[in-house]
Design a binder for this molecule. Sequence first.
Ligand code: BTN
Length: 339
Amino acid sequence: MSDKSKDILSFFQKRSVVLTSETSDFVSGEEIAKELGFSRTAVWNHIKTLRRLGYEFEAIPRLGYRLVKSPDCLFPDEIEASLNTHILGKKIYYYDETYSTNTIADQLARDGAPEGTCVLAEFQTNGKGRMGRQWISPKRKNILLSVIFKPDLDPSRVSLMTLMGSIAVARALHTLGFDAQIKWPNDIYLEGKKVAGILTEMSCEQDKIKHLVVGIGLNVNSSESDFSETLRKDATSLYIIGQREMDRKTVLKELIQALEKAYHLVKTHDDAKLLEAWSQFSILTGCWVQASFGLKKIEGVVLGIDQNGALLLKLESGLVESILSGDIKIKYDRQNCHH
Ligand code: BTN
């Protein structure tokens, strides 16, 4: 959006009681032109541009224009302006459609983009999930976000960044009134179904993290019918749980702010607080689970996680195994697990 279109938009946003029908909302083209120092033709052209972007204006002769509806798009200008952060979201890249926000963010980081840079998309043609899976999300319904980080962290401790991301998503959802839980390593659950996933990808050089990208897919307004038959029994969204559509901008704002807070714990090497926050949301602690990596499967009770974010599993033999990655299936939950 050009700076002039932005000026006109914020002019309306400041003045209008959006979505009310009071005539006082109307502003004449002449008034806008005078106030912003544009010609009336320029005002008209910028309103046309804004309409093309999905902003709805009502125009009545002699009264002027009023903004009646903003599009449900995660336009970066609006998001950047609403954030209360120091590192994250100072620069947001936005795509109506792209292959994968993680790939874009990685490329931007290679080209020197600073820590905190965010990439958002309304749709991904090649959304990546963990373990080579796909992440599918219908257009303009959910949040697809990738953030560039440059932590001073040993590559062996990179799992802490996934942990950090999960804590942030869980906290943001709690702020919005949802009782979210973390299923190690990267899934966020609501009422026993997955509502968000995190994919952390890092780029290293000589045993040092150059940068990493934390990608978050959060199902906000997906409905049951947006999920495939197979996914339906395991996946959910804020809309399905809360029975009402959510304002994606508000959700995104909470999410980015929560990420900045959780990242602060990594930056200050406050492992104790990070682990404590994780335990508070952990769905697995105390459960009897089956962990699988490739063809190998082991079972045990989850004790928690260690300093590097590895899952600690106590096997039947009494041996404690630490697991850095893998798929976890709950066999018995806390109530039914007596090991
Ligand atoms: C998983 O649960 O397997 C992780 C899913 C991560 C999906 C997000 S969507 C935004 C970002 N871009 C991607 O291609 N993937 C992540």
